[in-house]
Write a protein that binds this ligand. Sequence first.
Ligand SMILES: [Cu+2]
Length: 123
Amino acid sequence: MRAYVLAACLAVLPVAVAHADPVEIVANPSAASGSITEIDIKDMLYAPTTVKVKRGTIVRWKNIDEVAHNVQLRGGPAKGWDKAQGPMLSQNETYALQFNDAGTYKYICTPHSIAMKGEIVVE
Ligand SMILES: [Cu+2]
């Protein structure tokens, strides 16, 4: 029975591997074009905290604060994504992700996770 379950899991695996990442990092965020939703990082908050976007939308964060911040996706469709933790952004630096799969993506700022939380709802 156990061998049968394992075989069934392996048979499903190629489909999962072929599926594109639910999220992609935009290589040059300041030059990104297309459908873009902007989020400011200021006063130790993401503004707006929650955004609702369509699949394929690019979300671009800009750090206004003098303190460095980042964006780390937690769970949801991005669960297990090996690039979920974004780089620390200095003042006026930007970071952008394209959201390909529907779902609710929660995120935090790694060093300020208690205060800084946000949510991207992709329809
Ligand atoms: Cu922060």
